[in-house]
Design a protein around this ligand. Structure first.
Ligand code: 5AD
Ligand code: SF4
Length: 454
């Protein structure tokens, strides 16, 4: 009998296990996939050994991400040996990039689904179970999975992500994302607000709005009026002053004064902006097709400092992009010092097949030079993070508690509005509480404090 009485469901209680790699968008996509599959009668499991279907939600952003996933796929052989009708699926960016090659190269793969093909997964599973190749890598101009309620897999119940758009139109020369995730499209704001409301009602205290470039979010209402990102942000923040709202990622070229004004006027919009610079050299930025100069980037930083003096600024940096000289590299180091980043994600350039850089530029910075430059960038960032954290000693912050500290059950960890992690003694506090904490000590990665009762 079919339980929901509407239509036959094909899952039939079979168990599905999903492993997720890559960015927060992927984490959110996994929650959409679980929701879609549960609707079909599949049961989600965290125990790989009991799975009937193993899915891997994959990342293609750098070669080492792909290599790790290929290694992991080989490890699944042991489960296939034990259960010969076990199906293995690759979904997400690697599925989109490699398409049927995955079925050929990785003999273990039965299902391949790109980021816009998740509604088709039940069909693909059926095809694969019947011995066929379950592959769908069709990209879409419209798909946003807008009406699907993701199944929240993170158990903390404090902080959640909401995807507000998909795809990317920026065409940075090094980046595979426009090819794996397709063109940019914004999600209906009504569905975003409904999801945010539901999360708040369920006890969540923090929401992060996600997209490859949230500042270009745009929705046209039937009456012709436009809802842009600052407007959307304002509406989500209005749900409650006790709901913290964050967003990621911003492209520097689209970071508007209007956004900064809305943030300044809205205390529950968190004081933290992730603004990937990639390089401090205008020549590199032009080759990367980033569409801004060092000076333009620094002007945006000045605007943030002017309008949001207590705002943390974080970034992404790439070492050793095509033709990068010592002088270009020095420009990145000097940009880092000038901005004084609170935190950074730092990478060695990795050629991605078919991108503009792969097609038209030479990957000519030797591996050991990339390694040295990345090391210098990391060392400098550690110093900058420590300086930033030391400045917080003696100050008080409102910390949203997320859970127990990794080191000790006696301590809790939470975050400041600036997104810095704070550790303090548990006392009677619980995840989801807002606690005023005075910072007493720090490392380059964490703040340590003690709760103060006002
Ligand atoms: N090589 C190295 N880093 C990359 N990124 C994107 N593409 C590449 C690549 N080919 C980095 C950028 C981006 C972050 C998500 O990953 O810094 O902002
Ligand atoms: Fe996310 Fe980019 Fe990796 Fe795709 S390639 S999972 S968009 S980081």
């Amino acid at each position: 009998m079919n339980i929901n009485g509407l239509r036959p469901r094909t899952g039939n209680g079979r168990k599905i296990y999903i492993e997720t790699y890559g960015c927060q968008m992927n984490v959110g996509d996994t929650e959409i996939v679980v929701s879609l599959m549960q609707d079909e009668g599949y049961i989600y499991t965290e125990n790989i050994a009991e799975a009937d279907i193993i899915l891997v939600n994959t990342c293609s952003v750098r070669d080492n991400a792909e290599q790790r996933i290929r290694g992991r796929l080989q490890e699944f052989r042991q489960y296939k040996k034990r259960k010969n009708d076990l199906l293995v699926g690759v979904i997400g960016c690697m599925a989109e990039r490699l398409k049927e090659q995955l079925l050929e190269q990785e003999q273990i793969v039965d299902i391949v689904a790109g980021p816009d093909a998740y509604r088709d997964l039940p069909n693909l599973v059926r095809t694969a179970a019947a011995g066929g190749h379950g592959i769908n890598v069709q990209l879409s101009r419209e798909e946003t999975y807008a009406e699907i309620s993701p199944v929240r897999l993170d158990k903390s119940g404090v902080s959640a992500f909401i995807a507000i758009m998909r795809g990317c139109n920026n065409m940075c020369a090094y980046c595979v994302v426009p090819y794996t995730r397709g063109v940019e499209r914004s999600r209906d704001p009504q569905t975003i607000l409904r999801e945010a409301h539901e999360l708040f009602e369920a006890g969540y205290k923090e929401i992060t709005l996600l997209g490859q470039n949230v500042n270009s979010y745009q929705w046209k209402e039937p009456d012709g009026s436009i809802i842009d990102f600052p407007e959307l942000l304002k509406r989500v923040a209005e749900i409650s002053p006790r709901l913290r709202v964050r967003f990621a990622t911003s492209h520097p070229k689209d970071l508007s004064d209007k956004l900064l004004e809305v943030m300044a006027a809205t205390p529950n919009l968190c004081r933290s902006i992730h603004l990937p610079a990639q390089s401090g050299s205008t020549r590199m930025l032009a080759l990367m097709n980033r569409k801004y100069t060092r000076e333009w980037y620094l002007e945006r930083i000045a605007a943030i400092r002017r309008m949001l003096p207590d705002c943390a600024i974080t970034t992404d940096l790439i070492a050793g992009f095509c033709s990068e000289t010592e002088e270009d590299h020095e420009a990145t180091l000097s940009l880092m010092r000038e901005v004084g980043y609170d935190f950074a994600y730092m990478f060695k350039y990795s050629v991605r097949p078919n991108t503009k850089a792969a097609r038209t530029m030479e990957d000519d910075v030797p591996e050991e030079v990339k390694t040295t430059r990345l090391q210098q960038i990391i060392e400098l960032q550690n110093e900058l993070s420590l300086t930033s954290n030391r400045r917080d000693i003696g100050k008080r912050f409102e910390v949203l508690v997320e859970g127990s500290s990794k080191r000790s059950e006696e301590q809790l960890f939470g975050r400041t509005s600036q997104n810095k992690v704070v550790i303090f003694d548990r006392g009677n506090y619980r995840p989801g509480d807002y606690v005023t904490v005075e910072i007493t000590d720090c490392s380059s990665a964490t703040l340590i404090g003690r709760p103060v009762t006002a």
